[in-house]
Write a protein that binds this ligand. Structure first.
Ligand code: PAF
Length: 299
């Protein structure tokens, strides 16, 4: 797969496509690609003429005690998968290319509307790191459309809000979470699980689904539902960080009148901090879940 490491070369390539009016999609990743990422790439192909995938493990979004150094890096396997998926261009910059003056004094992008709560509270500075690097990637690639996984639900809202607040001319598209056969959301961090933890891990999704069923049944005692879910996770060997029922669009605590809800969870299992979520629209009788994606132009 065609690979560029420098912003200057990346821009030259993209300029050639722009010159003939081709539409460009970006799929930002941190590599160690799995079927969830490949689904994003395939979706991007439906939305644009050209698909750029970036692989950059962004130090700015990791806390000092987090797994930046240990984060799995598998460049050869990634390239092979991207070639098979038909990626037009892979952009893999070094840290110095993205942060030439270092990270300490770099200008930052903050998204207070969605930071400071949930994962923003548990991981201080994380979403500033995400918003900063994604805004830099948007400026480097200048894509028409960018595709992100819905597994990182809060991240998707952060990026969509950033693009809207800062008038970035890019359509931010969400793609439903891709799961293993037993329901576990695909994630690079699943590799941190031991064999027995891997067998316990699908409980996270199960607890979210059961909470979803109770919500569909009309249960509005959100605090009690959250407590029950936390108990189930703890009993199943997790160290839960949070289980929260929120308004799907604002992430404010769910109100009794809200129809669009999302149940979000983060929980440690051994060395892995797993996250998952269940969006549901109570105004739609049949469908269990809805897709956060905006209406899309396909073709
Ligand atoms: O979701 C990720 O892999 C990262 O947070 C992203 C969006 C590539 C930014 O570094």
């Amino acid at each position: 797969v065609l690979t560029e490491h420098s912003v200057a070369e990346l821009r030259k390539r993209i300029q050639r496509w722009r010159a003939i009016d081709q539409k460009v999609a970006l799929v930002p990743t941190m590599g160690n690609l799995h079927a969830g990422h490949i689904a994003l790439v395939k979706h991007a192909h439906q939305l644009a003429d050209r698909v750029v995938v970036s692989i950059f493990v962004n130090p700015m979004q990791f806390g000092p005690q987090e797994d930046f150094a240990a984060y799995p890096r598998t460049p050869d396997a990634d390239k092979l998968q991207l070639a098979v998926a038909g990626t037009d261009l892979l952009f893999t910059p070094e840290v110095d290319e993205v942060y030439p003056g270092g990270m300490d004094k770099v200008s930052r992008v903050e998204v207070p509307a969605f930071d400071g709560i949930l994962d923003g509270a548990s991981r201080p500075g994380h979403f500033t790191g995400v918003a900063t690097v994604v805004s830099k990637l948007f400026n480097m690639v200048q894509p028409d459309v960018a595709v992100f996984g819905e597994k990182d639900y809060q991240q998707l809202l952060v990026i969509r809000r950033m693009a809207a607040d800062l008038s970035m001319p890019v359509q931010v598209v969400g793609h439903p979470t891709v799961r293993e056969a037993d329901g576990l959301a695909m994630s690079s961090r699943n590799q941190y699980l031991t064999k027995s933890e891997r067998a316990q891990a699908p409980l996270l999704r199960r607890v979210l689904s059961e909470t979803g069923v109770l919500l569909r049944d009309g249960n509005k005692d959100f605090a009690d539902l959250q407590t029950q879910a936390l108990r189930r996770l703890t009993a199943g060997g997790f160290r839960p960080d949070y289980v929260e029922i929120r308004n799907a669009d604002t992430l404010a605590p769910a109100g009794a009148e809200d129809a669009r809800l999302v149940v979000l969870a983060a929980a440690w299992l051994g060395k892995a901090r797993l996250i998952d979520n269940l969006p549901l629209d109570l105004s739609v009788p049949q469908d269990r879940t809805f897709v956060l994606s905006q209406p899309e132009t396909v073709g």
